[in-house]
Design a protein around this ligand. Sequence first.
Ligand code: PLP
Length: 473
Amino acid sequence: MSASNTTTPKRSYTFQATIDQIGPQVVAGHGVYISVEKDGQVYDGILDGITGAAVGALGWGDEEAFEIIVKAARNSTYSFPSLVSNKSSEELAKFYIENSPKGAFSAALWCGSGSESNENALRIIRQYWLERQLPNKIKLISRENSYHGFTLGAQSISWNPRVQPFEPYLMNRAVTNIKIPCAYSYRFKKNTETEEDYAKRLIAETEKIILDNDPDTIAALTVETLPGSSLGTCPPPKGYLKGLRDLCNKYDLLFHLDEVMCGTGRCNPYGKLNCWEGFLEPCDAPDIQTVGKTLGSGYITIAGVLIGPKIRDAFVHGSNSVVGGHTYASHAFNCAAALGIQEKIKRDHLALNIFNMGSRMGQMLRETVMATNNIAGDVRGIGGFWSIEFVQDRITKKPFDYSLNVGVQFKAICFENKLAVMGMPGNPDGSCGDRALLAPSFTITENNIEEIVKRVVKSVNELTQKLRNEGRF
Ligand SMILES: Cc1ncc(COP(=O)(O)O)c(C=O)c1O
């Protein structure tokens, strides 16, 4: 691996990851490659297969993005949006609404992170029921193995092992939260079932849970259209999202899609913005949707909440107001920069490129990784977002022992092979295996995807051999 020496202090002054050590630090990025400093050495030419956390759309060091940012900085004056708003936030909202299916959304608010967007969504959901004079509709449904953010409200609607230790500080979940099964075809679809059968079974189970919990007390149902880190890009089985939408209509619940990780161009078959457009007709659009990540493409920190006409109308015909807000909500500079970035993505058809290239990458991964006997049990995803789940045995799908940290080991081997991926641990109870996630830049080329696949296959083979030598596989 090419490396040049630098001096790096060992002690870290930041409170993150491994607290007392300086971990790998990105020092440069050009296109789909990054340079990373690790243990005093700089490693160039690392192919960025994950763009941070599925954030980068434009690739790194994009000259036009810098121009957009400079222009946005020159033309923006900070104001507190509750008191004085700005034109950029209006323009970004108009852009997102006009580039989504007609009638799906009618308003938007902008904030700083995906977690904040879900916190805001929860506030909007609560106020919506107050506006409709139905204060008892308080319960929030979300799925097993879900992740909706790092803040305590967002964690309260998340169900995954990493949330557990923080339970004392979450909502009173026994009262306000309801868990439904995840849609996880690889493990839970029976061999005798079609995708549609599996979806119907999940919908029937969800309906039973709704009925058991008094629908008149339920406020909303939240799912990730395509789950990200917590489950590893399991596509919703055919008919599943439509079935959830119908349940929400039947029992008067708000349908909330979290597209923070999978949305804003990463997984849309038509080169548009929303992942759900591949599964739902415009008339079945979510009532509320959260977005983030690729909205600012990593150049700025921005996320948002898209609000459907049903919710907007209830507010407008009720109090017609949102009292308060974050200091940096609708930040003019962030909104202007995000708008410029999204206009560039649209002009250059980059969302279509990532869908096509990403789909091809997924197909190549399936064909090559699954062709030999190794630790890969499943390759799954949509468009620009893919995962590999690792298992001890392809037939039984038995995950590796949690303590082996196979996902993290895989990430480290990929780094040695000059590929950045996200390695995620499995669940300690074995209900989900270790995973590696891929979400490259929207600008990737045929050569880039061939190179990603080559490096993934090499890494899978090397980890397989290591685990075999250790008697683990
Ligand atoms: C589905 C989903 N929702 C919300 C979030 C939280 O976003 P952020 O990390 O920007 O707060 C994430 C982050 O990965 C996510 O994947």
